[in-house]
Design a protein around this ligand. Sequence first.
Ligand code: ZN
Length: 405
Amino acid sequence: MKKSIFTACCLSMVLLGNSSVYADQVVFQPGSVQGKDMWLSSVYNNTAVDDDKLQVGGWGDWYRTLIQFDLTDLPPVATSVDMYMYAYDRGDSSTPVSMIWYFLMSSWDEQTQDYYDPLSGGYLGVLPAPTPNSWYGILNITTAYNWWKAGTYANYGFAFLATDNNNQFNVFRSSDYSDYRYRPKLVVTYDGANLGFPLSGYTPYNAPISAVLDHSMTTGGGCADGLVVAYTNERGSSQYDHSNWYVYGESLSCVNDILYGYKNGNPGTVFSINNQYDTSSGNEDGYYLFYDGHTGYDYPIANTNVYAAASGTVTVPSPNPYNQVNIDHGNGFVTYYLHLSQIYVSTNDYVTKGTSLIGKTSDHLHFTVKKNGQRVDPYGWQGEYGTDPLQVSGNDNVCLWDFCQ
Ligand SMILES: [Zn+2]
């Protein structure tokens, strides 16, 4: 006698309110190491199949999918969380099927779980059949996310079962799928530490940028030191795969360094922030980004007023070789403004976001954000193209700007 896999109880998902316009958002899309998802079936694949797809349905038998996200590095409280899986065409005569989903309440193993191992879970309802070759959104799993983060319930993820099995199959890309862009993902929106843009008359997305966190735009001389970081809405690029690699005479010993951070990526596609960097304007040697220990963003905007990005208490270093102002925002965040031509504030002044004039730029503003002493990328990481390389140093990069794009 086969055991039923679920002892179901009776949870229901409570809808939360809409997220704030000003909220921060992070897209979490783990790869094969961090991702935990698999499928199994009642006849041919009793034991978990941890391959590049996830299947739900059956043809007389039953296929089901289990998925669990490691939420460790994600915000503690979310205002909105949606989950997406990419559905694709199975390439046979099967048709999509609606799904029953469960809030899992017992642990499972991605490699050894058996179809007939007992599992318990809370019934969540019936979801519509997916449309192949499109993202399948499971919207508003906010309550589950917050329960998991708070420890109200242990995070064992969700199970998806078919409502019927008459040659009906849904097939999704898994976290092991080779093209990282199509792996399952979470979109997490939360209220964060919002920063205004410090330069009068600009936004984070229309200001010119001449150097970004951990990178310079120059290719001349020396090797990168092992980190390549992509930013909001970008994808990594490989100079190694670029036809100009040899033209610029870089040492081949740099190759492994430069590839790091997007080796799971898509070589040959440039980094870009708001299309500021691309190869279309001719000056190609300036358009590839390399780690050089730079701690912030350089905005080449001369002789322009600089305002406090958020409220806080000023420190003006003494001596002050970089003509710098620091603002401690009292919540673990400190912002740094360097290379000022004029400084209008003094140590221990309290400044307010957007209205307190703290100085004037020289030829550019260097702007750094730190959280608990660690530099962070205020443009955030939208993880669609893999794991945030900066998280190896303990950073949690989420968009900190008032208006995140
Ligand atoms: Zn700088």
